[in-house]
Design a binder for this molecule. Structure first.
Ligand SMILES: Cc1ncc(COP(=O)(O)O)c(C=O)c1O
Length: 420
């Protein structure tokens, strides 16, 4: 693998030039990444030794090299704060991070907003999309609160209506793609103008057939299809050019393993003129007609944005295909172990093409929260319990750095559990 070639593409042909005091941490990052034997090895991450971190759907872990680069940029910034924050030193580097993200996501750089997170992206849309009184915004019960509450919050003020439809959670694992499409299409109403889809939801990990649903919805008059990619960007390849959505909101601090509190928002060129930015400051005149008017927040965490470029470069150096294969292997291993244990129930899609490395497991007769605690106390395994209405599951979300042996430590706890 020619990592150096990957790197210069991923961080933008810019590399370390033109970065002032940030050139040194960037150069160190490039050199050390180029020399790394295996970017997915456990010692490339700062997790507490011995813990099995299976909660990447919640928040990811930043690779050591990305964290070091980030700290290096922060330190450089402190050598002359106003120069680094406002002197334009990093303009080209931030633009290179945007271009790297665009290449990674299969879209154009002038469609990528560097924002704060998925919730931020949906708030921009719920507050600013050109909708009329009585227009309907539709989503299912699998839609995350961060992609739902903003619509409910602004509905009264803006005059649109929000409707939520129910997918029967216990039946979802057995649904095929056609049925998932059909359920969404049947839920559309005559006034549905906006359809919000979790590309992969955070409860069951259903990989929604977004492109098919988007095409069917448009035929029925839906104007805006907006997708939540919080659980996809970094977990699965994203091909925005062919997904058929107008907007796609992401949180790179999960699977892309970028510093916390950064977001990516894809706004297609078609939708951009139909969204009014809600936070504006001096740059608005400068960014007229540009996607950058959606990130004109005033002072921002530019060192973290530089590190986002490095985080994407790191993913590419680790090998997108190789990581994807590792994730699929982990998923298969878990699914097969659940199938082999009579006291366990797999609550997620049974077909990898409709799922992801975010899956829900129920233990017959056991409450999810104490199980998560036991997994931690007995095996130092981190998962997340979902004792939601209609669900009593542990959500398990390994990433490519995890191993089947770590999953087995969880199964040691789950498979041995007997109803008390
Ligand atoms: C599917 C989904 N959407 C949105 C969010 C909200 O993410 P953030 O807090 O980064 O905005 C999450 C967080 O877990 C999520 O899983």
């Amino acid at each position: 693998m020619d990592r150096r070639r990957f790197l210069s593409r991923a961080v933008g042909a810019l590399g370390a030039t033109g970065l002032g005091a940030c050139a040194a941490p960037r150069q160190r990052f490039e050199d050390r990444l180029g020399a790394l034997r295996d970017p997915l090895a456990a010692d490339c991450y700062g997790l507490t030794p011995g813990i099995a971190y299976l909660n990447h759907a919640n928040i990811g872990t930043v690779p050591r090299l990305v964290g070091e680069a980030h700290r290096g940029y922060l330190e450089a910034c402190e050598t002359n704060p106003s120069h680094y924050m406002f002197g334009g030193v990093w303009d080209a580097a931030v633009q290179a991070a945007r271009e790297g993200a665009a290449r990674y996501l299969g879209c154009r750089a002038d469609e990528v907003v560097l924002n704060r997170n998925t919730t931020d992206g949906f708030n921009v849309l719920a507050a600013g999309l050109a909708l009329e009184r009585g227009d309907e915004v539709l989503f299912s019960n699998l839609n995350h609160v961060g992609a739902s509450v903003c619509w409910q919050h602004f509905a009264g003020q803006r005059g649109y209506v929000v409707r939520k439809f129910e997918l029967p959670l216990p039946a979802v694992p057995d649904m095929n793609e056609a049925e998932l499409v059909d359920r969404h299409v049947k839920a559309l109403g005559p006034r549905t103008r906006v359809l919000v889809l979790p590309h992969i939801d955070n409860l069951l990990g259903v990989r929604t057939p977004v492109a098919r649903i988007a095409a069917a919805a448009r035929q029925r008059g839906v104007e805006f299809v907006l997708a939540d990619g919080a659980q996809v960007a970094g977990m699965l390849p994203v091909d925005l050019a062919n997904l058929g959505v107008d907007a796609y909101c992401m949180s790179p601090h999960k699977w892309l393993q970028a510093p916390k509190g950064l977001g990516l928002l894809f706004l297609s060129r078609k939708i951009q003129p139909k969204v009014t930015p809600q936070v504006v400051t001096w740059g608005q005149h400068k960014w007229e007609g540009s996607v950058r008017r959606f990130e004109d927040y005033g002072t921002r965490d530019l060192p973290a944005l530089l590190a986002l470029g490095d985080a994407i470069a790191y993913q590419q150096a680790a090998g997108i295909e190789r990581s994807a294969m590792k994730r699929a292997t982990l998923w298969r291993h878990a699914r097969d172990r659940v199938a082999a244990e009579p006291n366990l129930i797999w609550r997620s899609p049974r077909d990898w093409n409709l799922g992801g490395v975010l899956f829900a497991i129920e233990v017959r007769g056991a409450a999810a929260e104490p199980l998560a605690e036991q997994a931690w106390e007995r095996q130092r395994v981190v998962t997340r319990a979902f004792p939601a209405p209609g669900l009593n599951t542990l959500r398990v979300s390994p990433n490519a750095l995890n191993t089947t042996a770590e999953l087995d430590r969880l199964f040691d706890v789950l498979a041995r559990h007997r109803p008390g």
